[in-house]
Design a protein around this ligand. Structure first.
Ligand SMILES: [Fe+2]
Ligand SMILES: [Fe+2]
Length: 276
């Protein structure tokens, strides 16, 4: 059931509300995320992290789109397997302080393994991206990689958010329990389908297998249905254009205790543009 009510639960004054927006697909996804930032801020959202790996016509992120997201008020950006589809993003990944590559990519791959951004109140938040290894391009071990990154983050940065970009739910659950009590959240991206398993794990880490997609829901993973179906049925290659109907924003919010870095509450939301 879609949460068309834009009201999130009241947030306690001593917690930090972090919103993670799931894979933004194409222009429709970009438009809805940029238009909803203000509403998110009104719902006491202190920090907004966006997975933008599909922003550029469904694959990659352009430099212009990066600037659009930042000027709309997005605090940090993660990507995924489509990270370098627009080569121009490599320079931004190397030079800007609010965008990361998957930490288990090769060390020579452009980008940082984590970034630290701040809420408007000045509370630091570390953002880490990891790629799964099941049904995906071979990458370094995400479990070893995240251990190394966590050691590098200054201890005073208590809030630590993981975007786990992976296919298999078992992979994601394994990472959730591996990091339980050591990070604020482990939230999945990549499948473009929201899962209904949001929870706080026993030691205080917020977890969800997948946040879901920000884009057109009358689609196959954000692309027009007929070309994908045709190629699936005939193996005849087609261009998969980004779909445009039934555009929704999918996000998950996590309220975190800034003293411990552990999660106090989690919830998912799905918003449509007014008039859709
Ligand atoms: Fe994606
Ligand atoms: Fe992906």
């Amino acid at each position: 059931m879609m949460n068309l009510d834009p009201n999130l639960p009241a947030k306690s004054s001593d917690s930090v509300r972090i919103v993670h927006v799931g894979d933004v697909v194409g222009k429709p996804g970009m438009a809805i995320v940029c238009s909803m930032i203000e509403l998110l801020r009104k719902q006491s959202c202190d920090l907004i992290i966006v997975n933008a790996e599909n922003a550029a016509e469904g694959a990659g992120l352009t430099a212009k789109q990066y600037e659009q997201l930042v000027s709309a008020g997005v605090d940090a950006i993660t990507l995924g397997d489509h990270i370098y589809k627009k080569r121009e993003i490599q320079e931004i990944l190397s030079t800007r302080k609010n965008i990361v590559k998957p930490a288990n990519f090769p060390s020579k791959a452009p980008g940082k393994t984590y970034c630290v951004v701040e809420t408007q109140a000045g509370i630091p938040v570390a953002v880490i991206s990891l790629l799964g290894r099941v049904f995906m391009r071979p990458v370094n071990c995400p479990f070893e990689a995240v251990e190394q990154v966590l050691e590098k983050i200054p201890t005073e940065v208590r809030i630590r958010c993981i975007d786990l970009h992976a296919e298999a739910t078992s992979d994601k659950q394994a990472m959730g329990y591996f990091l339980d009590g050591r990070v604020s959240s482990v939230l999945g991206t990549h499948t473009h389908v929201t899962t209904a398993d949001e929870q706080i794990l026993p030691n205080g880490t917020a977890f969800q297998c997948d946040i879901g997609m920000t884009g057109a829901y009358r689609s196959i993973l954000g692309r027009e249905i007929q070309p994908v179906l045709k190629t699936t049925l005939t193996f005849d290659p087609n261009t998969f254009h980004v779909a445009t109907e039934d555009v929704r924003l999918a996000a998950t919010w996590v309220d975190v205790d800034p003293l411990t870095g552990l999660a106090k509450a989690i919830g998912r939301l799905q918003w449509k543009s007014a008039g859709d």
